[in-house]
Design a binder for this molecule. Structure first.
Ligand SMILES: [Fe+2]
Length: 439
């Protein structure tokens, strides 16, 4: 028995040797099981980058990023590629990212990409600084040379304030998709604050980030009262001034083409600091033709928050500053209602505003204040008695359906048009024309 087994083993080993040797003569030895194991071990894995906040940068040549990865990742990069119209990579550049911290087993990263050319197709992806990369996303820059561009403004999405985070996220997705399909060449989007209902609820943030258009169109989030506690964990904004941020984030600013955008944190009631921030931004951008303020808490609205103490205090402090600094328009949220004021100065309606044949205000004095209603359909506030808001409202509407605003900018005009998501019908349109003394 022992001998027979031994003989069989020798025979078997000889067969293997012959097989291997003859095999070697034809092609290299391969072991598919080993290859599979090596492939599993050494093929770079796909980096799971999520909560991708792709936002406008300090000007049209930059964009900012914030994103999260799973586990503790001590390095992070963004790779930016310039593409031809067929999607082939022409050149690539890698930008170092910061590791901001670890929260709930996730790493948080921030980066800025610079040197963007106009009218150019790009792709970007996130890396761990070693071998792993996320999937790639593409975006296109717009032209700014002739001064014309548009951006889209969305009132509080506040995911989780309605009948459920998923339902609110679906509504938000529908609005973002509809608006970007209607205006596919939009330069960027703005979300007026309260991105989510609860700052510490990552599922609500999952919903806010769910529209896939948000990886292709940069969106500037403004800090609200509901999301202030976690705003910095999810977003990266340019030119933080260090002023006006006694809660989580300070006032910041950015330019796009001919327009300076001043974003104020309305969690801070320190109006002197807000003014310092705006003066700093204006001094850094003296040539901007238009000045637009973005702030969460509406200073002139018509629903639940219209007479809140904090709102009235901000109004008392900020309106004189806006008057002094020649702010053209203030875009706001918080009260989940649509309101457009008359031209206002010194907390009063300006008596005489000239209009051209198209109905645009010509060289108007003062500032127009616009409040966006819910972009997600999550929550609407009831209108107050008209006597509360009649004094300043040219239009005040509670439609109880989601809307968004398109803002068209040229070198001599600003046009604010609000649309219903349901049928794209126009809710309200208002234009300002500047003649620079030529008429
Ligand atoms: Fe709010």
């Amino acid at each position: 028995m022992f001998k027979r087994n031994y003989r069989m083993k020798i025979l078997f080993a000889t067969l293997i040797m012959v097989t291997v040797m003859t095999g070697c003569a034809k092609e290299p030895y391969r072991d598919s099981a080993v290859e599979e194991s090596v492939a599993t071990k050494y093929t770079p894995h796909i980096l799971d980058a999520f909560h991708i906040a792709f936002a406008p940068g300090a000007d049209e040549t930059e964009r900012t990023f914030s994103w999260h990865t799973r586990g503790i990742n001590k390095k992070a990069v963004v790779e930016l590629s310039r593409l031809d119209e067929a999607g082939n990579i022409l050149s690539s550049e890698t930008f170092e990212a910061t590791v901001e911290g670890v929260l709930r087993g996730q790493s948080r990263h921030k980066a800025i990409i610079t040197g963007l050319e106009e009218n150019q197709l790009y792709s970007y992806r996130f890396g761990d600084g070693h071998r792993a990369w996320s999937e790639s996303y593409t975006f296109r820059t717009q032209a700014t040379e002739d001064g014309d561009f548009n951006f889209l403004f969305f009132g509080d999405p506040q995911i989780g304030a309605g009948d459920g985070a998923q339902i609110d996220a679906d509504g938000w997705d529908r609005t973002v998709t509809t608006a970007t399909e209607m205006f596919p060449d939009t330069a960027f989007l703005v979300s007026s604050g309260d991105q989510v209902n609860r700052a510490n609820n990552p599922i609500q943030y999952d919903g806010w980030f769910s529209p896939e258009e948000l990886t292709a169109y940069p969106i500037m989030p403004i800090v609200g009262n509901h999301d202030a506690a976690s705003f910095a964990d999810y977003f990266n904004v340019p030119n933080e001034t260090g002023w006006g941020g006694d809660s989580e984030d300070s006032d910041f600013y950015f330019t796009y083409g001919n327009t300076l955008f001043l974003a104020l944190n309305s969690q801070s009631s320190d109006v002197a600091e807000h003014k310092e921030a705006m003066e700093l931004a204006i001094a850094a951008n003296p040539d901007a033709i238009h000045r637009i303020v973005l702030v969460h808490k509406s200073l002139y609205s018509s629903a639940d928050h219209a007479l809140d103490e904090d709102v009235l205090a901000l109004r008392a402090g900020l309106v004189p500053a806006f008057d002094e600094l020649d702010i053209d328009a203030v875009l706001m949220g918080h009260d989940h209602v649509y309101v457009r004021t008359y031209q206002m100065k010194g907390d009063a309606v300006i008596g005489e505003t000239a209009y051209n044949e198209e109905g645009a205000a010509v060289d108007p004095d003062g500032t127009v204040y616009l409040t966006g209603n819910s972009a997600s359909d999550s929550k609407y506030y009831e209108m107050r008695d008209p006597s509360v808001y009649d004094r300043y409202s040219a239009v005040a509407l509670q439609l109880e359906e989601p809307t968004y605003m398109n803002v068209e900018v040229t070198d001599d005009s600003l046009t604010f048009t609000t649309y219903k998501v349901s049928d794209q019908s126009v809710v309200d349109a208002y234009s300002i024309v500047k003649t620079f003394g030529e008429e």
